[in-house]
Design a protein around this ligand. Structure first.
Ligand SMILES: Nc1nc2c(ncn2[C@@H]2O[C@H](COP(=O)(O)OP(=O)(O)O)[C@@H](OP(=O)(O)OP(=O)(O)O)[C@H]2O)c(=O)[nH]1
Ligand SMILES: [Mn+2]
Length: 173
């Protein structure tokens, strides 16, 4: 599938659903990440906001970095690249790499990562994904705290909100 313009980006996640019991449309997540950055984080950097909307397209759809670069430019493509997991790696290794790479990401990519984690942790508080145990939810919080630790000093408002969520779960950041 080809992106012919930014207005068609939601088609990329068209057939994808969240893992919540209602199987809500996946596009709610990237839009929510953009909202967090804009309304809560006070971010006005248009490339960060574009990258937020696109952040899971390469990981989860048939979109390539080259395609993003052609439509949205080098910077947006680079940010998305930075927040994209290598899905050919085993899950445990992917998760380990996120912790390891977080401190070395660009400021713009760190912003997207902070908002992504904030959205997903709030989503876990809202409802448990299908098939997840309480233990798996708690493990996600513990892992996310390790990633967020490497993103400190990026956006105070978002980091305080994340810190509160970890504290509620008794997790050290
Ligand atoms: N909390 C929650 N997450 C859901 C839901 N539906 C889909 N997800 C996605 O699942 C991912 C977290 O689940 P995991 O099992 O840890 O990861 P995996 O999908 O990469 O295997 C997140 O991916 P991601 O955004 O790429 O972020 P990351 O966790 O890889 O950093 C999140 O967006 C849902 O209903 N609730
Ligand atoms: Mn995401």
């Amino acid at each position: 599938m080809q992106i012919r313009g930014p207005h068609q980006l939601k088609r990329k996640h068209k057939n994808q659903r969240r893992k919540d019991p209602e199987a809500t449309p996946y596009i709610n997540h990237p839009i929510g990440v953009g909202r967090i950055l804009s309304y809560e984080g006070g971010i006005t950097d248009i490339e960060v906001l574009q990258a937020a909307l696109l952040h899971d397209t390469v990981e989860d759809t048939d979109t390539s970095i080259a395609e993003l670069e052609a439509v949205f430019g080098q910077t947006v493509a680079r940010i998305v690249q930075e927040v994209t997991d290598d899905k050919t790696l085993p899950k445990q290794e992917r998760k380990r790499q996120q912790v390891e790479h977080a401190p070395h990401c660009s400021h713009q990519a760190k912003l997207v990562k902070l908002a992504d984690k904030l959205y997903n942790l709030r989503d876990l508080n809202r409802c448990t994904p299908t098939g997840w145990t309480e233990e798996r939810v708690q493990e996600y919080f513990v892992w996310a705290a390790q990633v967020v630790r490497g993103l400190r000093g990026t956006n105070q408002t978002l980091e305080i909100k994340l810190q509160q969520l970890f504290k509620q779960r008794g997790v050290e950041m």
